[in-house]
Design a protein around this ligand. Structure first.
Ligand code: GLN
Length: 513
């Protein structure tokens, strides 16, 4: 079996036992990067040198007879909104150009502590705002299944890296769907944990009350392995839950059958408009698999979920406008020239040069989507409008939380599509922000409610594009959701765990060019 075909669990096992040299594993993955990265553009930074240094130190550690960690030698990609000390972090934005991280995110530290090897930082929509990775200030990442299509977003670089066999697993962040939607569009497993289970320390904040880091991987077992490593209480994050320590466990407990499982299908999702019929069909087949293994299926209602998208686009921009205030041209990254700053100050009489510097640096540094969110957020939070927007969105959040709680009284898990359509074309939605926002109708409610959800591959469109399904559960059901995703994989004999044929994708683009 080629190194690239090993799962993270298998690869780590072989490195631990000494039957696989961690450098050979890196050679295999950097070999794929050499072949495919110029087409996929998944990485913003490759960390070849530090990766090989770490591989060598793993080898030495083993030679000394010390036990290697749970992710021994696993080549991993990390979304470029997570800090790694000494390395640049861009968040896909020009405003951070030249900035280097002064410390390491807890989740990355935990990967390294378990001997994973970080091979690079991946592309993302600027500050994780987007659903296609087209909002990156630097490059457009392509979907390995079809190079004319987007990988989803905002963790599109992480998804393309794993789907394109350039990393064995990756970290992403999910504020409204940014792990699950790209996982769905690239045929991977993507997991958004219960809010508070994974530390946000060192994850550049977008909307702090919604952000949560998590894994993208090829299989549910691999996602669970990474989740087990990164989860757990962190005193450096004040919203980190103490109860999350029990999530830091080994392996998953797979049910033998689903005889005691009730799967709820939210009526509002089933009736949603704009869902591709191929997605609906794949979902029906998925339900059939659950049913054939003993699960009962029932329709449930989430009456306020129709407000989730609207509430999100008040809550998330509001928090973002506050979080992004720190990028002022003084403390981090890009600073406008004195001439530009003076000119900006002049244009608005009465303001000093400092205000001019802020304005000019932020105008130069932030892209259109980020500016749009800052404007919306600042407006929603302004005196006189606070109640009408932020206050109301908070109330909608409360109602959505209650809807889910009620639904979980009638069923243990909910099934829905991850995204309304398979991967769309590059450029298809860039001029229509609302169409882009709608890619997340099924994922956003989960962040609003703070519950966990896993996206897993459940089918393919006729054009050969992956389709993802999403399982949601109550707070704390994280490992159960991953176990059920693995159960589905086994029940379907891993029929949907496939790799794109990059050769075919490349030829198809070349023919078109
Ligand atoms: N696509 C959503 C947005 O643009 C969610 C992004 C995310 O989860 N980071 O805000």
């Amino acid at each position: 079996m080629s190194i690239l075909e090993l799962t993270a669990t298998e690869l780590a096992g072989q490195v631990q036992s000494g039957s696989l040299d961690p450098e050979s594993a890196l050679d295999a993955y950097f070999g794929e990067i050499q072949k495919s990265e110029s087409h996929l553009k998944a990485f913003l930074l490759l960390m070849r040198e530090s990766a090989y240094a770490q591989a060598r130190s793993l080898r030495a550690k083993r030679a000394e007879g010390r036990t290697l960690g749970r992710l021994a030698g696993v080549p991993m990609a990390v979304k470029d909104n997570l800090l790694i000390e000494g390395f640049p972090v861009t968040c896909g934005s020009r405003i951070l150009q030249g900035y280097r991280s002064s410390y390491t995110a807890t989740v990355v530290e935990r990967l390294i502590r378990e001997d994973a090897i970080v091979i690079g930082k991946t592309n993302l929509d600027e500050f994780a705002m987007g659903s296609s990775t087209e909002n990156s200030a630097f490059q457009i990442t392509r979907n390995p299944w079809d190079l004319e299509r987007v990988p989803g977003g905002s963790s599109g670089g992480s998804a393309a890296a794993v789907a394109g066999s350039m990393a064995l697993a990756a970290l992403g962040s999910d504020t409204g769907g940014s792990i699950r939607q790209p996982a769905g569009l690239c045929g991977l497993v993507g997991f958004k944990p219960t809010y508070g289970f994974v530390s946000r320390y060192g994850l550049v904040a977008f909307a702090s009350r919604l952000d949560q880091g998590g894994p993208l991987a090829r299989t549910a077992a691999d996602a669970a392995l990474v989740f087990g490593v990164i989860a757990g209480h962190d005193p450096k994050d004040s919203t980190s839950l103490v109860s999350s320590n029990e999530m830091n466990a080994h392996g998953l407990e797979l049910p033998k059958d689903l005889n005691n499982v009730v799967v709820g299908v939210p009526k509002e999702f089933a009736d949603a408009s704009g869902v591709d019929p191929e997605v609906t069909q794949a979902l029906e087949k998925t339900l059939e698999v659950f049913r054939s293994r003993g699960a009962r299926v029932r329709s449930v209602t989430l009456p306020h979920v129709k407000f989730a998208l609207a509430a999100y686009y008040v809550l998330a921009p509001s928090e973002a406008s506050a979080n992004l205030a720190r990028f002022d041209g003084v403390r981090y990254g890009n600073r406008a020239s004195e001439r530009e700053s003076a000119r900006a100050a002049d244009a608005d009489s009465g303001e000093g040069e400092l205000i001019g510097l802020y304005k000019r640096s932020r105008t130069e540094g932030f892209g259109r989507e980020v500016q749009r969110r800052i404007l919306i957020g600042t407006f929603a939070l302004s005196q006189g409008y606070y109640e009408a927007y932020y206050g109301k969105a908070q109330r909608a959040r409360g109602l959505i939380v209650q809807d889910f709680e009620k639904a979980f009284g009638e069923c243990q898990i909910l099934l829905a599509p991850t995204a309304p359509t398979p991967a769309f074309k590059v450029g298809e939605k860039t001029d229509d922000p609302v169409a882009m926002y709608l890619s997340d109708v099924f994922t956003i409610p989960v962040n609003i409610a703070g519950i966990p959800a896993v996206s897993f591959p459940c089918g393919f469109s006729r054009a050969g594009l992956p389709i993802g399904a999403q399982l949601m559960g109550p707070k704390g059901s994280d490992r159960r959701l991953l176990a059920l995703a693995q159960f589905f994989e086994e029940a379907t004999e891993k029929a949907f765990i496939r790799r794109p044929s990059m050769g075919k994708a490349k030829k198809a683009t070349e023919a078109r060019e």
